[in-house]
Design a protein around this ligand. Structure first.
Ligand code: OXD
Ligand code: MN
Length: 595
């Protein structure tokens, strides 16, 4: 095997070299390897990870080039209480973030990082968020001591020499450092320094905390960059809807977790639509970067190159396209292994749980007798986006795709109707800023508790959310032809708690109405909260749904809404004078409309 020490330095960029040198002096690795992204280098790393047990090769006939990885039992999810925005002032981080003074965070980080790579290899990964060379794209470096991170970053971003080549001599790159250290949960920190374009992550090896291109850069740091530079980084899927004439309109949509973002991004239209020639194209399932185009519209790219999806619940019926994306070149983390054929399994994959398996902790597991879960509920697949059967031909377009509609959605049993449209951009920003979801029985704690999660960005906004709302309002002013903004709720229930709407592929019927509104093909009805569809304009062909049931899905209960305004008021009060006046005006307008 080639000695890793012989792998050459990839750049002469003095800013990069100075910073790498500082990190080398602090962490003191035995060896250093610059990741050039070549197939030979990556396959050498896979071999090494297999030798050390960090990766297990899966059945290569069934799952070509797929591997399995297990994390520490206490290291299985993003940890919001360990995640800090270290802006120079607490006010700039806002009430939406944990804050630590930058000096303190750097000092604490330095203590933990010092000599953390002794006896280990340091990998230096240059990467591009967004298609290499696109005007939307940004360059980052992640220094890590984990091969798992290198191989996941290779799926989730565009890594290697090509990223260094576009950076040239520029100092405009995000500096990420990750060290596994001892995985000590008490010393686990994910520090973001938005003013320094810097991320430090230690004592974790779980994706969301250590794949620094994703939530850390593409949302937390990028949201702040967008605020300063006049663009937006959002927790949004992007999809295209093709009509039988071959015209494609794009929608971006933000939902809090557990509301089916990946499913919507990869939706297969109902039979009646499919036979007419309608199609859904996936551009991205988690993050969108948006900019105003010369035509005055908002254009968006997916800055990622892969899907880091939750495995349990993914099946050929719930999300065929996601499942197909995982059939090759995928890394599975914390799912179960079927020892009979060295394949993977997770809850709801199919109705045939393995009887001779290892669960996510590595313990023997038998689907016939098991009382515990085979896969961790947050077990993941890291799959290349290009594997997805519904991937859009434009998913890597350097100029992005033009957005016709922005959709916000939450899980609301009663309040929010199936769909409504905001009256204008400012009202749409109000709708997004009050986005909320109710807790379900699946999570610990009280059921039905409302959690405000503005624009689904609460855990991901790298600065004060009051300023973030102001930025949204300003973006509307800069966009002469802005997308229309909608709100959907797939989760409305009847009095017995049964879902009224079938969801999944049938959500296409609502997307169809949304596009028809954007194209001014149908009228809508004014209501206290915005525009509602006329029941006749929602296509119910092939669905067992009476118009009466649809009407109850669209019903507005004014008392419940009035109750909701109190909760909004309380939430808004956290932002003090950073809350834009326009949003207070919108809240007052809503209250008046409900009287
Ligand atoms: C994710 C998340 O993993 O939002 O995408 O937590
Ligand atoms: Mn997400």
């Amino acid at each position: 095997m080639q000695s890793i020490a012989s792998i050459k330095v990839l750049t002469k960029n003095k800013n990069v070299l100075r910073w790498v040198n500082e990190v080398v002096n602090m962490t003191n690795p035995d060896e250093i390897m610059w990741i050039d992204g070549s197939a030979e280098q990556l396959s050498m790393l896979r071999e090494e990870a297999v030798e050390s047990g960090e990766l297990l090769p899966l059945n290569q006939e069934k799952y070509p080039r797929c591997y399995y990885h297990r994390t520490d039992e206490n290291d299985v999810a993003r940890m919001e209480d360990k995640t800090f925005i270290c802006s120079r002032t607490k006010e700039n981080a806002g009430p939406n973030n944990n804050w630590m003074k930058p000096d303190e965070a750097y000092k604490l980080g330095e203590e933990i990082f010092t000599n953390s790579m002794v006896g280990r290899t340091m990998y230096i990964i240059p990467y591009s968020m967004g298609p290499v060379g696109s005007p939307f794209s940004k360059i980052g470096f992640e220094i890590t001591d984990s091969i798992y991170v290198v191989l996941n970053m290779n799926i989730m971003t565009r890594i290697g020499k090509k990223a260094v080549d576009v950076l040239k001599d520029s100092n405009d790159f995000v500096r990420g450092v990750h060290a596994k250290c001892t995985l000590d949960i008490n010393n686990r920190f994910i520090f973001h320094f938005p003013e320094d374009n810097t991320i430090w992550s230690c004592n974790s090896a779980y994706g969301g905390n250590v794949l620094l291109g994703k939530k850390c850069f593409a949302l937390r740091i990028a949201s702040y960059q967008g605020y300063k530079e006049g663009w937006m980084a959002e927790h949004m899927l992007i999809l295209g809807i093709e009509n039988p004439k071959g015209e494609v309109k794009y929608i971006s949509a933000a939902f809090p977790s557990a509301c089916g973002k990946t499913n919507l991004a990869m939706l297969i239209p109902p039979e009646g639509y499919k036979t007419k020639g309608y199609k859904v194209w996936t551009v991205g399932d988690d993050i969108a970067w948006l900019k105003v185009g010369e035509d005055g519209r908002l254009w968006a790219i997916n800055p990622e190159a892969g899907f880091f999806g939750v495995a349990p619940g993914t099946s050929s019926s719930s999300n065929y396209n996601a499942l197909m994306s995982t059939k090759k070149d995928t890394i599975f983390t914390n799912v179960a292994i079927n020892l009979d054929d060295n394949s993977v399994w997770w809850e709801k994959l199919d109705k045939n749980p393995p009887v001779n398996a290892l669960d996510w902790k590595g313990n023997p597991w038998n689907g016939k007798t098991a009382t515990t879960k085979a896969a961790h509920p947050n077990s993941r697949f890291t799959a290349p986006a290009k594997n997805c059967p519904s991937i859009s031909p434009n998913w890597e377009s350097p100029s992005g795709v033009p957005i016709s509609a922005i959709v916000f959605g939450g899980r609301r049993a009663k309040t929010a109707p199936l769909v409504y449209e905001s009256r204008n951009w400012q009202h749409g920003v109000f709708v997004g800023s009050t986005l909320a979801s109710e807790t379900t029985a699946a999570a610990a704690g009280k059921v039905g508790v409302i959690r405000r999660d503005p624009m689904a960005m609460l855990p991901f906004c790298g600065y004060n959310m009051g300023d973030y709302f102001g930025h949204w309002l300003e973006m509307g002013e800069k966009t002469s032809n802005p997308p229309k903004i909608f709100h959907v709720n797939w989760f409305r229930t009847d009095n017995d708690g049964n879902f009224l709407w079938p969801g999944y592929g049938d959500n296409f019927r609502i997307l169809d109405w949304i596009i028809k509104r954007c194209e001014e093909e149908v009228e809508a009805v004014e209501s206290p909260i915005g525009y509602l569809p006329k029941a006749k304009d929602i296509n119910l062909d092939g669905l067992e749904m009476t118009e009466e049931k649809l009407n109850s899905l669209l019903h507005i209960d004014k008392d419940l809404w009035m109750e909701d305004t109190k909760n909004i008021e309380e939430f808004y009060s956290k932002f003090g004078d950073r809350l834009p006046k326009q949003l207070k005006d919108e809240l007052n307008l809503l209250k008046n409309n409900l009287k």
